[in-house]
Design a protein around this ligand. Sequence first.
Ligand SMILES: [Zn+2]
Length: 252
Amino acid sequence: MWFPLLGLVAILGAQGQEYFENYYNEIDIDDEQAEIKTRNAMRSPLQLWPSRRLYYRIAGDLSPEEADNVRNAVTTFNERTCLRFEELSGAAPAGSRYVFYKKSPKLCGTRIGYNPIPLLGAGSHDVQLSPKCLATPGIIQHETLHVLGLYHEQSRPDRDEHVVVDYDNIPRKYWPQFMATSESTTTTYDVPYDFESVMHYPKNAFAKDPSQPTMRALVDGNPVEREMGQTRGPSERDLFKIRKMYKCEESR
Ligand SMILES: [Zn+2]
């Protein structure tokens, strides 16, 4: 029992941070898995992709409509930032990693940021998408922003100035999902806190009782229930951060 578990910790530790999404309160993973994966979530520094040209591949078992949703999702980044997503039809260029959009029965999630470990340098950076996530380009964009290096908005180092978390309404195994990142590993680029971010979780994320919020906004020091997050697509501030991170104003 213990040896396989330790092996799993080692593999996930090397792979870095990974989030499970929970848009539809459909998360269904066992306790050990939840704890291990989320415990690793905040430790590694932000990692950027080495080139503004990113290759991606769409798994063959996606429906034509789902595949088009992925293409439409990444087109936004091509149009609104200096990044260039290029779909692979054949093999990826030698030594380069590619983003691999795959169908998963229930879970949606991916690693945060580029994996700089040379041993794992080539190959795929998997994005797992359930049928519900594949049906929503905004969620595909949310996952793609994780791939590019963005954490959840409610994990910002300064989030305690903006939201209050109600841990009584969250199963203990998901508490790590609500940890704030540290100033030493992340930056806000001085962008104001953004309840409209596609990276912000809904107000009742991971709720035991979804009719009650797990997060409330702080207004003049008082917790107030309000809508948070959305799945229409990246906000202006989300896109601004990507342009800052990948230095889009500077020619290269
Ligand atoms: Zn996420």
